[in-house]
Design a protein around this ligand. Structure first.
Ligand SMILES: NC(=O)c1ccc[n+]([C@@H]2O[C@H](COP(=O)([O-])OP(=O)(O)OC[C@H]3O[C@@H](n4cnc5c(N)ncnc54)[C@H](OP(=O)(O)O)[C@@H]3O)[C@@H](O)[C@H]2O)c1
Length: 338
């Protein structure tokens, strides 16, 4: 059987990847609809190399007959239109932050907590976690199964594509302007991003953490284990695609370094690249277009009783967003939930 699929935000960087990955992974489609705002109606987007789709207006689109709606157009759009699509019978897979912490909405990374998909019928909406959370929990899951994790400290190095197309354009234009001896004022980011980095992603909260840092904490708890404590510092860096994380994990019990390495190595979706003496560790540029989450620089943390430190890199547009969403769609089909 084939499915009717709608991609909301099809002209954006994540929506574009969603269409490509649906095609690359042979998702069984009958019809594919590309949706965006009224200003994009009639534009063309690619679905694979041979098919182009004409963009339709989300505001007037009828979701009747759509089996799966992949949303990637921001929290406000998801807040308004995801319930409408769900009421019309579509299962919504939402990339925005709008529904992630709703107790009736499963927050899913298929390799980590795919069983949570069984709760889909409560609202007909499934949330895709934040990009930084996805790659973090991918690395934490096999370790937590090995020896109970108590606390995680993480510093992120997040690429500009995590903030959408306009943010990528800003890094490009600002970099060019500096070489031309000119000055281009920031519009998307709060400070210049070219040749700089900014420890400020999303807004500041009352406790002085940013909302991005809060998301990493609460989403990790919801997906993996409410008893795990997470403290994060999230930093935007002048990299186009690929998020990196320096991760420090404290366990409640002893953990052997070789056992940890093996557990990471054997976990579906992870790739361990870790021979630093031969220059084998992964940087963001090397993960672009890849499906795996890469773990490098795994080592014992000698400053706590039971601790590990490592480096995690993933393509934020793929596993951090579009790939995870499409994997959820495949998992729904495999579980007979759509
Ligand atoms: N980039 C990432 O790594 C990443 C990771 C995880 C989650 N996300 C989430 O994914 C979403 C999209 O991100 P992005 O990076 O793809 O942004 P983007 O490149 O700025 O694209 C935004 C998309 O949303 C559409 N849109 C905006 N307002 C709309 C409206 N009122 N009605 C219909 N469509 C509308 C845009 O259509 P027009 O072209 O017609 O304006 C465009 O297709 C956001 O919620 C973001 O938080 C992104």
């Amino acid at each position: 059987m084939g499915y009717n699929v709608a991609v909301v935000g099809a002209t954006g960087v994540v929506g574009n990847e969603m269409l490509q990955i649906l095609h690359e992974t042979d998702f069984p489609v009958d019809e594919v609809h590309a949706l965006a705002s009224a200003q994009s109606v009639g534009k063309e987007v690619s679905f694979g190399e041979e098919v182009t789709l004409k963009v339709e207006d989300l505001a007037s689109f009828d979701f009747e007959g759509i089996h799966i709606a992949l949303f990637s157009a921001g929290a406000e759009v998801s807040g308004t239109y995801a319930p409408k699509a769900a009421a019309a019978g579509a299962v919504v897979i939402d990339n925005s932050s709008r529904w992630r912490m709703d107790p009736e909405v499963p927050l899913v990374v298929p390799e980590v907590n795919g069983e949570a998909l069984e709760q889909v019928r409560a609202r007909n909406i499934i949330a895709n976690p934040n990009c930084s959370t996805i790659q973090l929990v991918m690395a934490l899951k096999p370790l937590h199964d090995l020896a109970r994790i108590r606390r995680v400290a993480v510093a992120t190095y997040q690429s500009v594509s995590g903030a959408g197309k306009a943010a990528m354009d800003e890094l490009f234009e600002q970099t060019k302007s500096i070489y031309a001896g000119q000055r281009k004022e920031p519009e998307v980011f709060p400070k210049p991003i070219a040749f700089n980095l900014i420890p400020h992603i999303d807004r500041f909260l009352e406790d002085d953490f940013t909302k991005e840092e809060w998301k990493m904490r609460v989403e990790t708890k919801k997906i993996l284990d409410p008893d795990i404590e997470v403290v994060a510092t999230c930093v935007r860096v002048p990299v186009f695609v690929g998020h990196s994380e320096a991760v420090f994990v404290e366990f409640a019990e002893p953990v052997d370094l070789d056992d940890a390495r093996n557990a990471l190595y054997n976990f579906d979706g992870l790739a361990v690249v870790d021979r630093p003496e031969r220059g084998e560790y992964v940087t963001p540029v090397e993960c672009v277009g890849e499906h795996a989450v890469f773990v490098s620089r795994i080592r014992q943390d000698p400053t706590v009783p039971y601790g590990l430190a490592f480096w995690v890199v993933a393509d934020n547009l793929r596993k951090g967003a579009a790939l995870n969403a499409v994997q959820i769609a495949h998992a729904l089909v495999e579980r007979g939930l759509v």
